[in-house]
Design a protein around this ligand. Sequence first.
Ligand code: AMP
Ligand code: MG
Length: 363
Amino acid sequence: MTTKRTQIWQIPRGSYDTDGDLARNPKIRKAAAIIKQGGLVAFPTETVYGLGADGLAEKAVASIFAAKGRPSDNPLILHIAELSVLDQLVGSVPQSAKHLMELFWPGPLTLVLPKLPAVPMITTGGLPSVAVRMPNHPIASALIKAAGTPLAAPSANTSGRPSPTRAEHVVSDLMGKIDVILDGGPTGLGVESTVLDCTGPTPKILRPGGVDKEALEDALGTCVQLSAELGKEIGSFPSHKYGHYAPNAPTAVVLGEPQGLFENLAAKAQELTCKGEQVGLMISRETMQYWQDQAVDFSHWQVVVMGSRTNLAEVGTAVYEGLRTLDAHHVTQILLESVPTQGLGFAIMNRLLKAADFWTVGE
Ligand code: AMP
Ligand code: MG
């Protein structure tokens, strides 16, 4: 792959008010022109940064897989900004899916639907269905509208690494491999969209994310299934196809309930320190408070506080950056605090377990 001269263009929040403003923004227009010519542009969404290309152009989509080092059978999500585009992309849309679009779009919900021939096979990894979402971020929607084509956009990281929640993370993974990075500051949610398969008789969650199962069930008034793979994950057995979100150091998730969990984290870290490991931990504010109260000596450990156990939205925004921070400190062993699996916690635990390749301790 030839090296590209990646340009970084800042579009700070506060420098624009509405979509209308952004559509005239010269950086958005230039980025859209680059996409139309088959180029690669990283842009912020409300979940994580996406790496966008013209999702209907085979060559452009091929260059996404090359830049990320992503296996070619791992399908991409098409990002749209207007509902009217859907008619060209997907065949029959069940009433339930239409209802979910009305309620959750723009937002962190991806729907898998039967694809029409306009969507190339390379975009869907060879599948007869296509995943579509409408992101809720003014830069993302302005870029998609200006490009005039749906953007295939996986997370803008090297395949297998933690997803990028800041432009800096995109720089560290993809500098020299893509054309432009639109820096719109940190993303909001920090965890990717929920992927919901709407091609069968019962909607099925393929990936937990920003919209939780309970919210989908409330909206539909029926039950929503979990994919067989996710069902197994709850029991913490490795069942995934691709490595994901992984820091460089071996990583384990520490299970348990407060206070046993808080004590377990310290005990396990101490045990590893005694074995000569450089230990990094990602813990909650509650654990940190408990350690301070109990005079635990954590001075030898690299500690990242990911937020409060009572505010999982805060934890969601911090998880990927926390994993990258621990990597940057070159620790040799990472311990991650588990979180309760209600609501957004289910998606967060899914990412933590994948980062740890399903290695758990405690309980
Ligand atoms: P990413 O691009 O990294 O956000 O990942 C996209 C996710 O959507 C992956 O987990 C894919 O497996 C899933 N996905 C995309 N398209 C389809 C599809 N047609 N059928 C099933 N899953 C899909
Ligand atoms: Mg990804």
